[in-house]
Design a protein around this ligand. Structure first.
Ligand code: F6R
Length: 378
């Protein structure tokens, strides 16, 4: 059932173009192209969920928490609604003060993560007896429409990732990002925070993503595998990114530690100089996510600061900028897309890098030590 792949994780990385296509088929309304009186986004969510919306709070763990950070960025930047992201395990024991007209979103691939379920349960209960403005509005994003989460929330967005067997989340992360693009665009459309031209532009670019992910898989894997072999003795890795790609630095680091057991941390690139830069020397490779956009030059200059400490510098970046290719010792090439769409491409080479480092070390990539696919204890 691995269809010729050595591990489920690699198979699932390769399934991502298909998952993105399936999400596009479900979330985008084709009729909109010819009939502008229809809604371009098709998530099946009622207007009531959004009425007078003042705040969004997102609750998740692990990789789903990383996807939620990108969701926050999209909801704030596209729809103009303040959003917060909470770790489920923290929310439960220090719930933030209640805010009115708040949409609460639980994000869980399995739909069974105990921390996430109990945080949402608690939120539902503490709002239930209050007046209208404080009534719970619960939305789930999950890969299991029959799960505990799906039963608990008022509405759920199906991630359509298909069953994920590898313990490390890969295609489910991509699918969560797609769900957040859909949600943020749905919100933006209904609140009229984006022009129709801009909406159209983003939708057209979303449709390019499957082909662009395929291009990364086809052109980069061999090189990433070879690069991975150079890290057999490496003990620490640093990932840096900013803005919408800061969570990709966190995700790159989490993937690596989970399956290769190498110590890895993700930082917002601008924070390095406030402490973590002290860690750097020639033994600590730095992976910089440098995607063109509002913080591109900033990330490049943060990367240069790392290089000045003799760190080996790996860039996740398009190759069309000679300045960037000069800074980096190694380049993991991704297509040049607009910033808003870049995380979904930037994560793919990082998944491959972690996979090949762990596989080369001979580790059990699909069943890493101490981890379970679904964490049903709090
Ligand atoms: C990372 C990973 C975990 C899960 C986390 C939440 O690769 O798999 O960090 O993301 O346990 O799981 P779900 O999304 O099922 O709630």
């Amino acid at each position: 059932e691995k269809h010729g792949f050595r591990h489920f994780m690699l198979k699932e990385i390769y399934e991502q173009p298909g998952v993105v296509r399936t999400c596009l088929d479900h979330y985008l309304n084709l009729d909109w192209v010819t009939d502008r009186s229809t809604n371009p986004i098709n998530l099946g969510l009622p207007v009531g969920l959004y009425t007078n919306l003042e705040q969004v709070q997102i609750i998740a763990c692990g990789t789903s928490w990383h996807a939620s950070l990108i969701g926050k960025y999209l909801i704030e930047q596209l729809a103009g609604i303040p959003a917060q992201v909470q770790y489920a395990s923290e929310f439960r024991y220090a719930p933030p003060p209640l805010t009115p007209n708040t949409l609460t979103i639980g994000v869980t691939q399995s739909g069974e993560t105990a921390d996430t379920i109990s945080a949402l349960n608690m939120e539902k209960q503490r709002r239930a007896d209050l007046d209208d403005r404080f009534q719970p509005r619960l939305l789930g994003i999950t890969n299991r429409m029959q799960s505990t989460l799906a039963r608990l929330v008022d509405y759920a967005i199906d991630m359509h990732a298909g069953i994920e067997i590898g313990v490390a989340a890969t295609k489910s992360f991509t699918a969560q990002l797609m769900a957040f693009y859909g949600l943020a665009l749905d919100l933006a459309y209904r609140r009229q925070t984006l022009s129709i031209d801009r909406l159209e532009q983003i939708i057209l670019q979303l449709r390019q993503l499957p082909g662009q992910i395929e291009a990364i898989l086809e052109t980069q894997e061999k090189q990433i595998e070879e690069l991975a072999h150079e890290f057999s003795e490496t003990q620490d890795f640093i990932f840096i990114g900013r803005g919408i790609n800061f969570p990709i630095a966190l995700e790159g680091a989490l993937k690596l530690k989970e399956i290769s057991y190498i110590h890895a941390e993700g930082y917002p690139a601008g924070e390095m100089k406030h402490g973590p830069i002290a860690l750097l020397d020639e033994k600590v490779p730095v992976v910089a996510i440098a995607m063109p956009g509002s913080v591109y030059e900033k990330v490049l200059s943060n990367a240069q600061e790392a290089k000045a400490r003799d760190a080996r510098l790996i860039g996740v970046t398009p190759v069309n900028d000679p300045h960037a290719t000069e800074i980096f010792d190694d380049v993991l090439t991704v297509p040049d897309v607009e910033e808003l769409l870049s995380p979904i491409l930037a994560v793919v080479p990082l998944q491959l890098l972690s996979y090949h480092i762990a596989a080369h070390r001979g580790l059990d990539v699909d069943q890493p030590r101490n981890l379970a696919k679904s964490v049903t204890v709090e």
